[in-house]
Write a protein that binds this ligand. Structure first.
Ligand SMILES: *[C@@H]1O[C@H](CO)[C@@H](O)[C@H](O)[C@H]1NC(C)=O
Ligand SMILES: *[C@@H]1O[C@H](CO)[C@@H](O)[C@H](O)[C@H]1NC(C)=O
Ligand SMILES: *[C@@H]1O[C@H](CO)[C@@H](O)[C@H](O)[C@H]1NC(C)=O
Length: 361
């Protein structure tokens, strides 16, 4: 058959791409499946409802105090439920709401219905994968659900099952809504004092926005060299933690966006260079509301000795009053308000110092 050497070498040459086709998936981490059209449509309907102008002005939104919506994003049991229960025990129920997005393909234990978490699992939750656009969708689903649920929801704080509060609810509430000097960076603001012309505190979103990062280019081209153009030139591409606290204004901006989403939802060639949830929100908000964001996060994380994109996971013997004090220290605000990541077995040592240290103002 291969009597002609030319044909032999030609068929060998042909076999290289075929071989590569079969070998490639095992060489590179497998890209994740795209988001299905029906899931996409489902979300679009929800976001559309959430961003539609209210048909009649709601009396509730004028009479009640602003609330914090706590958005829990999880694909396991909520390890620190007892700690959060204690956190909310001292909070006025009129000042907060809780929403939980739990991956429906995982058997997450439902908290008893007579607790504050009882009926807080949102019904439209969908499957999530790490380092994929599904985490963006889950966060937007939480934002939309909270926007629709209560017009008094004014700040939206994303936390996960590995997050803990670093202060009491009242401290966090005061810091976000009434403190004039919580945000240390606002002093360098040209239109300073933190007050609007009406004398009301100007509320900003606390979201990390990083433009100088060694891996930024690799992340930018993870879907192809020119794919993000023209909507997102590299100069506008940003990185930052997905654990943020957004104002209602910015939450609505996120839900109204379809232009950037069309780009960021595209699958990457390699899973290990693709963290859409760490780029979508900071890029979008730095482009669309640069003056409404602080550029830093209120959730402390320890990247020392990072392995495979995972931050340091605190172990029980590291949980001490000193650690809590250390984790609160921030260069940007009076204090960090949340911290991650803690291994599930940190629950007991955390509960032991909850009232005496964590929730003591
Ligand atoms: C989920 O967990 C509960 C309690 O742990 C158990 O009773 C139930 O059978 C589990 N369901 C599935 C589908 O695994
Ligand atoms: C951060 O993690 C490293 C280990 O990776 C640890 O030695 C260090 O104490 C941690 N820093 C803080 C502030 O907890
Ligand atoms: C604050 O800034 C100093 C000086 O740049 C740095 O050494 C320190 O690690 C920073 N602290 C935190 C909590 O980021």
């Amino acid at each position: 058959m291969f009597s002609n050497p030319l044909i032999l070498s030609f068929s060998l040459l042909l076999s290289i791409p075929i071989l590569f086709f079969f070998l490639a998936p095992s060489l590179n981490p497998q890209p994740l499946p795209p988001i299905s059209a029906s899931d996409e449509l489902d979300d679009l309907r929800l976001f559309h409802r959430a961003t539609a102008p209210p048909s009649a002005p709601s009396h509730l939104s004028f009479s009640s105090s602003p609330k914090i919506a706590f958005l829990f994003l999880t694909n396991t049991d909520l390890h620190f439920l007892p700690l959060w229960n204690r956190f909310f025990r001292h909070a006025k129920t009129s000042l907060y709401n809780i929403y939980v997005h739990a991956d429906p393909t995982v058997n997450v234990t439902r908290p008893p219905s007579d607790t504050v978490f009882g009926d807080k699992f949102i019904p439209n939750a969908k499957r999530t994968f790490r380092a994929s656009a599904t985490l963006i969708s889950a966060t937007r689903r939480l934002l939309a659900t909270a926007i629709l649920d209560d017009p008094a929801n004014d700040y939206f704080a994303v936390v996960s099952q590995y997050c803990i509060p670093l202060h009491s609810f009242n401290y966090i509430y005061r810091s976000l809504f009434t403190s004039k000097n919580f945000d240390l960076t606002s002093k360098s603001d040209p239109d300073s004092s933190g007050l609007t012309q009406y004398g009301v505190l100007k509320h900003k979103s606390y979201i990390e926005i990083i433009s100088e990062e060694p891996r930024l280019w690799k992340r930018y081209v993870a879907r192809g060299r020119f794919v993000m153009m023209p909507e997102v030139p590299f100069e506008e591409f940003r990185a930052g933690s997905q654990f943020f606290v957004l104002t209602r204004k910015d939450a609505l901006l996120v839900l109204k966006d379809s232009t950037l989403w069309r780009k960021f939802k595209l699958p990457c060639f390699r899973a290990d260079e693709c963290y859409p949830e760490e780029h979508y929100f900071p890029t979008l908000l730095s482009m669309q509301d640069p003056n409404g964001v602080t550029g830093y996060t209120l959730t402390r994380v320890n990247w020392t000795g990072t392995v495979q994109g995972h931050p340091h996971m605190y172990k029980p013997k590291e949980v001490t009053p000193e650690l809590i004090g250390e984790l609160r220290k921030s260069n940007y605000s009076s204090s960090y308000l949340f911290a991650r990541k803690f291994s599930p077995d940190c629950l007991s040592p955390l509960m032991r110092i909850a009232d005496s240290i964590i929730f003591r103002d």
